[in-house]
Design a protein. Sequence first.
Length: 395
Amino acid sequence: MTDWTGRRFEVEVGPVAHGGHCVARAEGRVVFVRHALPGERVVVAVTEDRGGSFCRGDAVEVLAAHAARVDPPCPLAVPGGCGGCDWQHASGAEQRALKGFVVAEQLRRLAGVDIPVEVEELPGGLLGWRTRARLAVDPEGRAGFHAHRSHRVVPVPDCPIAAPGTVDAVAGRRWTPGAELEVTLDALAHTHISEVRGRKAHRVAGTGVAVERAARREWRLSAHGFWQVHPDAADVLAEVVGQWAAAAPGGCAWDLYAGVGLFAAVLSDQVGPQGTVLAVESVRSAAQDAADNLADLPQVRVFRGRVEHVLAAADLPAPDVVVLDPPRKGAGREVVEAIAKSSPARVVYVACDPAALARDVTTFAESGYQLTHLRAFDAFPMTHHIECVALLASH
Ligand SMILES: C[S@@+](CC[C@H](N)C(=O)[O-])C[C@H]1O[C@@H](n2cnc3c(N)ncnc32)[C@H](O)[C@@H]1O
């Protein structure tokens, strides 16, 4: 088959698909089209063709536009530009509708669960929300983001989705070519910057300890360790997790993939001093931060280790409720089966990838747990990313 890279042709754009693009068809092949919206007629330029049933392209000309199309606020959110955003050309309401469609479709196709999904807006709008960023440095020493599916660095003078004090704090300066920059703006409006060369991180600005506020507590954590990037996300997620976990006083709850212990704090308020909360986290600094942040709560025990190992090896008290918040690839069969085997009444699953959530929901269903409630939050406006919270109950 001939390589289509560089070819241009007109297509009718079909539905949105997971990953920040829409599906079109041409000559019997699927084309994943970025910078387009469903129902539009566009000229697509093929950017990547590795053979097989599909290739990838960008909408480089819009012949018939969707009613919700808008001008991207960032001049770099265009074909060939910065790969950081996917939906700057859609209104906020349309972005949430697209993401709701994707979550519903993943659950339907991968888990056989048919539910409508409404994506909820977080406060603060579409711009200026991102408080954590990782940038690359180009051969001339300029900070930027990678182009879509490329190692090419697109230098940026600033970033409209970033909170002031993050990307603007590193743009306009010269850095070590090939390095990476980690930037965090914490709740005290302190900027922490590290330059990462190979395996070594050099602190450039800030103390390296971020202070955050969520779930009615103040948190101190390693500045570039995991924390939600949207300033309202930690609080909103903690609230939903608390409502659905509803752990009883004196009970036992697990917080798996605990980070610095955000949900463990919520659960320990519920079980009280007579109860038990187990927090499991694999990264040494995060587990230490969790132990330090929750030192006033003797009911919390922090285990440093991989969830799959801790659940297999340790003799753990049986949970009434399990909260899990795994990384993008999901928890996987081994962990889901181990949770089900421990027989909690409820499982609250926080997910940053709807496909991984849907796969794990399938395994939970095979193990006797059904999805009963789902909420989805637009915690990453302008990008295709989305945060879901699912409640599963044994049946
Ligand atoms: C999405 S974050 C959630 C953190 C926390 N729940 C929060 O909301 O701040 C996932 C966490 O899981 C940790 N992690 C990743 N793989 C793990 C594993 N196999 N076992 C234990 N922890 C893991 C990461 O270090 C990270 O802190």
